[in-house]
Design a protein around this ligand. Structure first.
Ligand code: FAD
Length: 456
């Protein structure tokens, strides 16, 4: 009997899974392994919303494997050591894994490769599992990565992706391989009340509904704050419960302007991953140094606390920040305007905001979060780093009737129509009826401060 180990990481699915497909093709038995990584737990990246979603994904993966005659093996420890130990224990000749797209994952891959080689075994690394196009596959003349989105998108759009693979019919796992219990969502405390359920089945169902429903109108509606008109696929993509290659493929076969706009957004995901793979330090350091002297956390403590609590006095900012707390997710337009508000209007270090997002976002992802934050703060890939989003104009434009604000800021629910975006225009006696704070900052002073800081 030949045995292979398939090490699952950010690819928690059975459909379109090149490592699993290759392992099943080359061996009689397969050990589907997931390691609860102590290293990740130590980084503080392991937070309740993502831990709960991960538990759903692992439970779903185990159920899917059981339907096919197999099961998931879960162990805990340092991934490289544990995977090498499982390979030794089962006599596996090969370990198959998806190519990592973060610095942490590349180091893990290197150390696992070394460990396996020393045992006379082989690590087989598969591209196109975690992103549609692998980081590093496309490079412009004279650089090792793209730093501007539009040329990357043009080049990316010409790449021919493989057709997605189906799920295997049967998975045979060797007898006697011990597993720890699979973490259960109910064991995780401190999660957001409105957190979505994770797992491949849920992800595929969402994708199918999205393809038949919202996708067609995406080009016109993706910025509609109250409309919930985006796919909601981000946590499923983050954990790999759906395959990026398959999502692109399905959107392309649906066709039309909605699908084109949606595929462009999926390209942003690959774009940020290729940036971070080339410049891993951009997770914490400015990708482009604009010589900012951000206000210290101490100096801006009150404003930061108001921003986190959704009590800045700017209703659309507060609505989005409360959506984050309640759902562990926030609409992209909300992310843009709340991030701009913190980094540019309050002139607080983007890392403070990025950390808060990572503490809550179920889709919290180092590449997408840190580089989007840098994009908004003007230290990343934005070609207009000086632009500042005005929260009142953003609210009037993307929540024209104020429905999004009224949903998340119930104190203002009595205010009809777009007036909800400017409660300070009410008379004093009207204002007294609403328990809602005064704006934490004057927007024109904030703009002047930001322009001065950037030497403009
Ligand atoms: P849709 O609009 O349906 O888009 C489909 C998919 O395209 C998304 O699921 C996502 O995978 C990808 N995508 C869309 N926009 C972007 C983008 N700007 N950058 C990268 N990928 C994109 N996305 C994350 O997945 N994780 C994060 O931690 C994250 N942090 C962000 C922080 C800030 C400050 C900003 C401005 C954006 C951030 N995004 C992040 C990107 C984006 O907001 C989310 O991917 C999107 O809101 C998820 O909702 P959706 O799946 O309904 O998106």
């Amino acid at each position: 009997m030949t045995v292979s180990v398939v090490l699952f990481t950010s690819d928690l699915r059975l459909h379109d899974h090149p490592p699993l497909r290759a392992a099943l093709g080359s061996s009689d038995e397969v050990v589907p392994l997931f390691v609860l990584d102590r290293g990740i737990q130590d980084t503080g990246f392991d937070v309740p919303n993502r831990r709960a979603f991960l538990a759903d994904c692992l439970t779903g993966l185990d159920a899917g494997l059981r339907e096919r005659g197999g099961r998931l093996v879960v162990r805990s420890g340092r991934t490289a050591q544990v995977a090498a130990a499982v390979a030794a224990e089962t006599g596996a000749a090969e370990v198959h894994v998806a190519a990592g797209v973060t610095r942490y994952a590349s180091r893990r891959e290197e150390s696992l490769g070394r460990e396996l080689r020393s045992q006379g075994r082989r690590l087989v690394v598969h591209d196109g599992v975690i992103t549609a196009v692998p980081p590093g596959a496309l490079v412009p003349a004279g650089s090792d990565h793209y730093a501007v989105f539009t040329p990357y998108f043009r080049r990316w759009s010409r790449e021919r992706l493989r057709d997605p693979y189906g799920a295997p019919r049967r998975v045979t796992v060797p007898d006697g391989v011990g597993s720890e219990p699979i973490p259960a969502r109910r064991e995780v405390t401190g999660t957001a009340g409105g957190l979505v359920r994770g797992g491949e089945r849920e992800g595929r169902a969402r994708l199918a509904v999205w393809r038949r429903g919202g996708l067609g109108a995406y080009a016109d509606r993706h910025d509609d704050l109250p409309g919930d008109a985006t796919s909601g696929l981000s946590p499923f993509l983050h954990f790999g419960a759906v395959s990026p290659v398959e999502v692109v493929h399905r959107a392309r076969t649906a066709g039309g302007p909605g699908a084109e706009a949606f595929v462009r957004q999926l390209c942003w995901r690959d774009f940020h991953h290729q940036m971070l793979a080339a410049r891993p330090a951009a997770a914490d350091e400015e990708y482009r140094d604009r010589h900012d002297h951000w206000r210290s956390e101490r100096e801006a403590a009150g404003e930061i606390a108001a921003w986190k609590a959704g009590r800045t006095g700017y209703p659309v900012v507060d609505a989005a920040m409360r959506q984050l707390r309640h759902e562990g997710w926030m609409h992209n337009r909300g992310r843009l305007l709340t991030a701009s508000f913190l980094a540019k209007s309050l002139y607080v270090d983007w890392r403070v905001g990025a950390r808060h997002f990572l503490d809550h976002l179920v889709d919290g992802d180092i590449a997408d979060n840190q580089l989007n934050w840098q994009w908004v703060a003007g230290t990343g890939a934005d070609t207009r780093p000086g632009r500042v989003l005005n929260p009142v104009r953003q609210g009037r434009r993307f929540d024209p009737e104020g429905a999004y604000v009224r949903r998340w800021v119930p104190e203002l629910a009595g205010l009809a129509g777009p007036a909800v975006h400017e409660p300070w225009r009410l008379t004093d006696s009207e204002r007294a009826r609403y328990d809602y704070p005064e704006p934490v900052v004057d927007l024109s002073e904030a703009l002047a401060r930001f322009r001065r800081a950037r030497g403009g």
